[in-house]
Design a protein around this ligand. Structure first.
Ligand SMILES: C[S@@+](CC[C@H](N)C(=O)[O-])C[C@H]1O[C@@H](n2cnc3c(N)ncnc32)[C@H](O)[C@@H]1O
Length: 524
């Protein structure tokens, strides 16, 4: 379904299939969460005209880090940074520590500690509290903001996610029904099943024309599609305290903190909202906090990922002081036309998940093509403007920069492009002696899901897992091939056939390495 796609140039439209604004739900457990990455915080801060600390050498603190699924990959991605994660669950910290040692990460510490008693003399440039604030008692909520208020460096940025009202009013009704049904049971799986069955029965018993029936049935469908761990945490745990955005900001202000933006670019830059909603926001032009609260009512918002800064930082919400030249742009959007003639007037579609960009504009085509060729690498804004301009014969640097800035702003809002503040340590092309991410290699021993160097979770098939396990930076491709042949129990004795086996396996290993590089699993 096309919901947003006003053309600005008359030649390019971007829309998201499905809902207009994707309100992310939290996959609990110990997973990587890209929105909480300091690079994301730094990028948003820069777009808002602030001067955040350099991520590569930053001091990073995660409160409630569970078993380090979010923090350990950051430690590998940022070897010059210093990271500390604390969590009140000893078991989770121990599991994380085991993985940390297996991956050989020595710039990160996982510490068993209560947030309420956390005292560390050092300032932190980035503080992360993901999936914690709404799920702890009020005194720990206060401690989360106290720690950030005391420890955040002058230009630092903190990320705090939480359940929000008004959307949670309806979800609370579901949660209370589920708690009621689950109370007599102990086993988490049983609790969950009984709770879901009970809600389904209540909905079923409601008159067909009851408007509440439809609303609850919708919510039940939504939550059923979520990870069961999310359901257990959000719906069946003792603490779940949603908060209105404006109240959250008042609480943060008591600790010297202020609203910077949201970790989702589409929710920070209102330029991407439909015109009607932008017009409504004019009523709140002098009060960004009320404007945000209005949007929460408008969209019945359930979840926020708010970035906080010190009250002394003055964000420029008009995006007038963006230093585009310093940013790196990337996308893995695929194109529906090959080979692509950028100068042809035919429309082409670029797609990334649910987002589609349709364009006839040669400059936009050239930008998208250059970026997808560079993926998983990124291209610096100024270089991209120049190279795309050259491809289509636009020589004036001011014009290409302006056009690229307009495109990037819209494409970021629709999540069809990423902006990075620093280049990840990855090999876009596999080398002769490829080296896999040590963390991913360690994770791949336990299962198919691993975290890549762009902080996303990816799933590996058996062949990729085996090849990755051999990418230690010492073996060359032929040694990896021989290892694969041995593992598969194939005959590699010198004979005309064995050369054939070797060549066939070599071709598959080469393909697999290309795949691993594109999945951002090979490290520099
Ligand atoms: C819902 S989980 C979220 C975990 C992780 N941040 C994520 O999003 O995957 C909440 C985490 O906060 C931790 N936690 C709760 N209260 C805490 C406290 N007072 N001090 C330290 N950690 C706490 C729990 O042990 C748990 O790991």
């Amino acid at each position: 379904m096309q919901e947003s796609g006003e053309t600005t140039s008359g030649e390019t439209e971007i829309w998201r299939e499905g809902s207009l604004v994707a309100y992310d739900r939290v996959p609990y457990g110990s997973d990587p969460f890209p929105q909480s990455h300091p690079d994301r915080a730094a990028m948003i801060a820069r777009l808002l005209g602030a001067a955040p600390p350099d991520v590569e050498t930053a001091r990073i603190l995660e409160l409630g880090c569970a078993s380090g699924g979010n923090l350990l990959p950051m430690a590998e991605q940022l070897p010059r940074a210093t990271l500390l994660g604390i969590d009140g669950s000893r078991k989770q910290i121990e599991a994380g520590e085991e993985l940390r040692q297996r991956a050989g990460l020595d710039n990160v510490e996982l510490r068993h500690q209560d947030i309420a008693t956390f005292e560390d003399g050092q300032p932190f440039d980035y503080v992360i509290a993901h999936g914690v604030y709404s799920w702890v008692p009020p005194e720990v909520q206060e401690s989360v903001l106290r720690v950030i208020g005391e420890r955040l460096s002058p230009n630092g940025v903190a990320y705090v996610s939480y359940n929000a009202y008004p959307g949670w009013h309806l979800l609370e009704m579901l949660r209370e029904m589920m708690l009621f049904a689950a109370r007599p049971f102990d086993d988490p799986g049983e609790k969950l099943n009984r709770a879901k069955e009970y809600v389904a029965r209540i909905i079923e018993a409601m008159p067909a024309d009851d408007p509440l029936r439809k609303l609850l049935a919708n919510e039940l469908r939504n939550i059923e599609s979520d990870d069961p761990r999310y359901l257990l945490h959000d719906h069946l745990e003792q603490h779940n305290a949603p908060v209105y955005f404006d109240e959250f900001i008042r609480r943060a202000a008591r600790h010297g903190l202020a609203f910077l933006g949201e970790a989702e670019f589409s929710q920070t830059d209102h330029e991407n909202l439909p015109e009607k909603i932008r017009a409504e926001l004019l009523d709140f032009a002098d009060d960004p906090i009320r404007a945000e609260q209005h949007l929460d009512f408008r969209f019945s918002r359930t979840f926020r990922q708010t970035l906080l800064c010190r009250s002394s930082v003055q964000p420029d919400r008009n995006f007038d002081s963006v230093d585009w030249g310093r940013l790196l742009i990337a996308t893995d959007a695929s194109v529906d036309t090959a080979p692509l003639d950028v100068r042809s007037p035919m429309p082409v579609h670029f797609r990334r998940e649910e987002t589609v960009l349709r364009t006839r504009d040669p400059f936009v085509k050239a930008v998208m093509l250059l970026l997808s060729e560079a993926w998983p690498g990124a291209i610096a804004f100024s270089q991209l403007a120049q190279e795309a301009g050259q491809k289509v014969g636009i020589e004036q640097p001011d014009e290409t920069s302006d056009r690229l800035a307009r495109l990037v702003r819209r494409a970021l809002g629709a999540s069809i492009m990423d902006v990075r503040s620093s280049e990840p340590r990855l090999q876009a092309e596999p080398s002769e002696r490829p080296r896999g991410s040590a963390l991913a290699v360690a994770q791949a021993k336990a299962g198919p899901r691993v975290t890549n160097l762009l902080h996303a979770e990816v799933e590996l098939d058996q062949l990729k897992r085996r090849v990755l396990a051999n990418c230690d930076g010492k073996r060359d491709r032929d040694q990896i091939v021989r290892q694969m042949i041995e593992l598969a129990g194939l005959d590699d004795a010198p004979s005309p056939q064995s050369r054939d086996v070797h060549d066939q396996v070599r071709a598959r290993v080469d393909d697999t390495l290309e795949g691993l590089a594109r999945m951002a699993l090979l490290i520099e």
